[in-house]
Write a protein that binds this ligand. Structure first.
Ligand code: SF4
Length: 629
């Protein structure tokens, strides 16, 4: 019997009686046949269209041998770095190597090169110079124009120039790959495939562009001038709309990168078809010896209900990949998948998640979006919800009720992030009540990310007042239900706009909450996000306002330490941060103080300052404090 996975070896091809593939997929992730993994979706979709597809996952990039093992495909090679940008996958915010990689067998790090898309494409070009080469996935998608690269601290060219592919698919890619496959199989030369929405290509002139297009500052300008970079990003960001977005062009030397408008949103039927493909829902058996691929654990018993996000968080690039318009699966399709899950031998009765980028966005933000596109220069939710925003949670509620009533299901959790400002904007508290009653396992993770107004505004998040309102509503609801459940808020340090002053403000909020986060997330300037542009330019590209950015690693350490001010290991850093922020009033013995003064080794009296040095300006304050006591 042939195995039910996509072809990964010559033996698989022989078993199917295939001499040549139509499409060869190269992926930076291990092959997991599940709809949460991009290569599996693209491979299954092409297979369903009747194409012969093979996948080479995590080839050894140091030579061409692995890339050749399934032979030359008839139509094209498709390359992706995997579910994450390869640099983000490999490096921490401090630019150190991560010790594990959950998308690799056994969680082993080191199974992919830096800048995997470029490296894989170079190997392919060494083997087959003229073969049609198409790149896609998050790395290609978010690096499609000249972009800031945190790991090299430089502006890099469009990845399309560096990888020498013929076509770049941006966004989720299903519509695009179907059209690319159709055109290639009908004999059209890839150099002439220039009309597919959701793709970018390079050309040496713009004579063929008949429709309206916008040209952004070119690579040279954005490399030299931060205002030009911010301006280019603003155009790219604002035109990222399938309904009203225009073609966007950026010159790179003699070549032009041309981005066609985004792919149209998938209909519910199209979404259902994609999630209904015959995935095996696990890793390829060749990884059994390594203990499998850890990333599956997060999603194995979870359900994707939709794509897209109208939340507008500036540090997230989902808008540039999935767009602002929500695309949902039908309830029936999700329920069918849930039934499949309940039949899996290791299912213990718990559905881990039902959601998408934001769990409670099941429907488009408003009816205007589908006709006119999402508003340019306006957020749907923050700082205040738009008056046109539809806040109806009834479809999601109905779905959750059906899922938890399925035979074999003990509990359905919601683990995707919830937008609590959207939840609070709903006309009644029905959703919050059922959320607390049925879908929280003692702790609900939420992401206020910060509380200083200056920072939350730049983050595109609602402010402290909204979070406090939600905290109170959550508490009241649980009390009414007789449940003891807690919020676990996530906060981010050193986001653009956050100086030590704002970091201290956050620390004071944590003090008042009586909460110390166990883990602290430093802002990482990932490719393609609005916050990344702020980080690089010190400007908000949407308004032109100047933005403070903490770039110095030591200052970042201070901001991070403030969030865990109670940890004795952070004492010196917190002390230094408070002194630098002129907030010595928070060093002392009063309840509002974050830390106590250090005891002088010689006389046992309290003192301000680091272990090495007493800060002279504080000596009087110590005296005053001592005399008050
Ligand atoms: S009208 Fe309001 S809800 Fe609709 S897209 Fe515009 S900002 Fe968003």
């Amino acid at each position: 019997m042939t195995n039910q996975f996509l072809v990964t070896s010559k033996k698989d091809m022989e078993d199917r009686g295939w001499e040549q593939l139509d499409f060869l997929l190269i992926s930076g992730d291990a092959y997991v046949d599940h709809p949460s993994f991009g290569p599996a979706i693209i491979g299954r979709l092409l297979e369903e269209q009747g194409y012969k597809v093979g996948i080479i996952a995590q080839p050894d990039w140091r030579s061409t041998a692995d890339f050749k093992k399934l032979g030359k495909p008839r139509l094209a090679v498709l390359v992706t770095a995997g579910n994450l940008d390869s640099m983000l996958n490999k490096f921490t915010a401090a630019k150190k190597y991560r010790s594990t990689d959950s998308y690799s067998p056994g969680g082993q790090a080191g199974r992919r090169p830096d800048r995997a898309t470029i490296v894989y494409c170079n190997r392919i070009r060494e083997i087959w110079k003229q073969i049609p080469l198409v790149v896609g996935g998050i790395e290609a998608s978010l690096r499609r124009f000249a972009h800031y690269d945190y790991w090299s601290d430089s502006i890099r060219r469009s990845i399309l120039i560096d990888c020498r592919a013929d076509l770049l698919i941006y966004g989720m890619g299903e519509k695009q790959i179907k059209e690319v496959a159709e055109q290639l199989s009908s004999g059209i030369n890839i150099a002439h495939i220039r009309d597919i929405r959701g793709t970018c290509y390079s050309a040496d002139n713009l004579d063929h562009l008949w429709e309206d297009y916008i040209e952004t500052p070119d690579f040279e300008a954005v490399s030299l001038d931060k205002y030009s970079f911010a301006q280019a990003f603003q155009t790219q960001y604002e035109e990222q709309d399938p309904i009203r977005g225009k073609t966007v062009v950026q010159r790179h030397g003699e070549a032009y990168i041309i981005q066609n408008p985004p792919a149209l949103p998938l209909s519910t039927e199209e979404m259902d078809e994609i999630y209904n493909l015959p995935y095996q829902r696990t890793w390829h058996p060749s990884y059994d010896k390594d203990g499998g691929v850890p990333a599956i654990q997060e999603v194995k018993f979870s359900l994707v209900s939709h794509r897209g996000c109208f939340g507008g968080c500036s540090f997230c690039a989902i808008v540039s990949h999935q767009g602002r318009i929500i695309q949902s699966r039908s309830q029936q399709s999700i329920i069918n998948e849930a039934i499949l899950i309940t039949k899996m031998s290791d299912f213990k009765g718990y559905i881990h998640d039902v959601g998408g980028p934001t769990a409670n966005f099941r429907m488009p933000a408003c009816s205007h979006q589908e006709v006119r596109g999402a508003c340019k220069g306006r957020h749907c939710l923050a700082p205040e919800p738009c008056k046109n925003l539809s806040t109806d949670h009834s479809d999601y509620l109905q779905l959750l009720r059906t899922l938890r009533a399925l035979p074999g299901v003990k509990k359905v959790f919601i683990r995707s992030g919830l937008r609590y400002d959207y939840l609070l904007a709903a006309k009644d508290s029905e959703f919050l009540t059922e959320l607390c009653e049925h879908h929280v396992s003692g702790q609900l993770k939420v992401a206020p990310e910060h509380i200083a107004a200056k920072v939350t505004r730049l983050m595109g998040k609602s402010g402290k007042e909204t979070y406090v309102k939600f905290m109170n509503a959550f508490k009241r609801t649980n009390e009414a239900l007789g449940k003891e459940q807690y919020l676990v808020p996530y906060f981010m340090s050193s986001h653009p706009g956050s100086s030590l002053k704002e970091a201290v403000e956050l620390a004071e909020f944590l003090r008042d909450l009586g909460y110390q986060p166990e883990q602290v997330q430093d802002f990482i300037p990932t490719p393609g996000s609005l916050s990344t542009v702020m980080y690089h330019t010190g400007l908000n590209p949407l308004t032109g306002e100047k933005v403070y950015v903490a770039k110095d690693p030591h200052e970042k350490k201070l901001q991070r330490a403030l969030m865990q001010y109670r940890n004795p290991k952070n004492y010196d850093l917190v002390l230094e941060a408070l002194v630098k922020a002129h907030r010595e009033d928070l060093i002392g013995f009063e309840p509002k103080c974050l830390i106590r003064p250090r005891r002088d080794v010689a006389n046992g009296k309290p003192r301000f300052g680091t272990a090495e040095k007493v800060i002279p300006s504080r000596k009087n304050a110590i005296k005053k404090q001592a005399s008050r006591r």
